[in-house]
Structure formats: C-alpha cells, structure tokens
Design a protein around this ligand. Structure first.
Ligand SMILES: [Zn+2]
Length: 253
C-alpha cells in the first residue's frame, strides 16, 4: 500500500466516523427515550452594561418553559409522557459563531456548516457525547423596530444560533424563537411562505377552525398567529404556540 492509499483510507475513515456520529446523534434525539439534552451558551451581542447585566443574571429557570412546552406537546400527540428535556445553561462565550455567507452557494454553505460545527465542538471542549443540542444565543439590546439577524437551527451537529433581545420582558418571545430553532435541529421544517405568512394547513394551529381567521395560536414552525389571509402576529410566548401535525411527524412523534 502506498502513502496515497493510506491517505485515502484515512480520509474515508474520518468521513465514515463523521457520518456515523451524525446518525447516532439523530437516533438519540428522535427516539425520545432519554431526556432531550440541550445546552444554552449565552453570548453578548454588544459591549453595553445592560447586556452584560442581563447575561450575568441568566439562569436555567429562564428557559424552563421550553422544556415544559415540548413535554406537553409530546403528550398531546403521543398520549405518553416523554422525559422532561434537560435544558441547562452553559458558560458564557466571547467568540461569535461564524457568520452565514451573504451569498448562497453550495460550497460556501458547506464550508460555513463545517466551520459552525467546529466552532460548536470547540466551545464544548470537544465533547463527542451524542445527542447534545447546543444553542448559541446572542443577546442584543432591544430597540423599537430594530430587526435582528436571522436565527437558525441545523440538524448536522445539532446546533442552533439564536439572536435574542437581552431584556427580561422579551424572555417569553426569546423562548419561542429558541424552541423553533431547537425543533429545526430535530428535523422540523419551516411552515411559513411568502411575506412570512403561515402556510395552510400545516402552519396553522387550528386547522379545522371555521371561520379560518383569526387564529388564536401559532404553529411553532410557522412562527406567527394568522389573523387574516394577509396579517399575522408574533405569539407573546409559548402559551400561544402549539406543535402542528406535520412538525410532530417530522420530529418522529
Ligand atoms: Zn425556521
């Protein structure tokens, strides 16, 4: 065997190991046998004293509604009680996650996804424990009308990046965004279309309601409550959200 053969074999072994780890991750999180393990890593989005204070005061109780919501919705669909997700607060991180490429291309996206996975691995001390979902939350100051960068959740590596407002009164809505991205890591897809309007029927909480509008709840992957065919609003918290039938199917309920 030549040196070239050894190199190819080594590369194949690494690729196989990576694919195996990904499959193992997916199996752990969608078999719903053990508690979903989620670690939230806070990151300051700016140098302000307000954000520093907010991040300092964070504790796991702040994210408890996310676990309660997933458990309640799981029981609604399957009729059995899944173990309560274990959502903990990781250490504060100074480094921002790699930014998504501004221009979409297959190679650009692949490289970014690799960088993001490497970043997540590095921040958690290169732990290869399967089925751990890592959510990096970047806290920004709340300004009227200010739009935040897009949050995201990816299945490969079970990673979420959430842009949130560092204000106690925004906690409930931050939990909605966090849950949405967390469900992406489990394989759930978005259920909104043009102008961010929920798609009927899978993006509606009360599919069979008549009249169809206004709805009272949001399907979590649609993200908003449809008020009319052209208007929708953000739910104020997870108490105004449900997991719809298609999302439930996608996450293996
Ligand atoms: Zn989404």
């Amino acid at each position: 065997m030549t040196f070239k053969h050894v190199r190819i074999l080594l590369l194949l072994a690494v690729l196989l190991a990576a694919a195996g780890l990904r499959a193992w991750d997916r199996h752990v999180v969608t078999s719903w046998q053990s508690p979903l393990t989620v670690v939230i890593f806070p990151i300051r989005g700016d140098d302000s004293a307000e954000i520093a204070k907010y991040v300092q005061k964070l504790d796991r109780a702040r994210f408890a509604p996310v676990g309660d919501f997933i458990q309640q919705q799981g029981a609604r669909f399957s009729g059995r009680l899944f173990p309560l997700p274990d959502i903990s607060l990781g250490k504060e991180i100074a480094e921002l996650p790699p930014a998504r490429p501004a221009r979409q291309s297959v190679s650009g996206n692949m490289l970014w996804s690799l960088k993001l996975r490497y970043y997540a691995l590095r921040q958690s001390g290169f732990s290869l424990r399967p089925g751990v979902i890592r959510i990096f939350v970047i806290y920004h100051q709340g300004e009227e009308g200010k739009a935040l960068d897009h949050s995201l959740g990816i299945r490969d590596g079970l990673i979420g990046v959430v842009h949130a407002f560092g204000l106690p009164k925004q906690d409930a809505q931050n939990n909605v965004v966090m849950t949405h991205e967390l469900l992406h890591t489990l394989g759930a897809t978005d259920k909104y279309g043009a102008q961010n309007m929920p798609v009927y029927p899978e993006g509606f909480a009360e599919v069979k309601d008549s009249p169809q509008y206004p709805q009272r709840m949001a399907e979590i992957m649609a993200g908003r409550i449809p008020l009319s065919a052209t208007r929708a609003r953000m739910p104020s918290g997870l108490e105004e959200c449900v997991i719809g039938y298609k999302t439930a199917y996608e996450i293996h309920w």
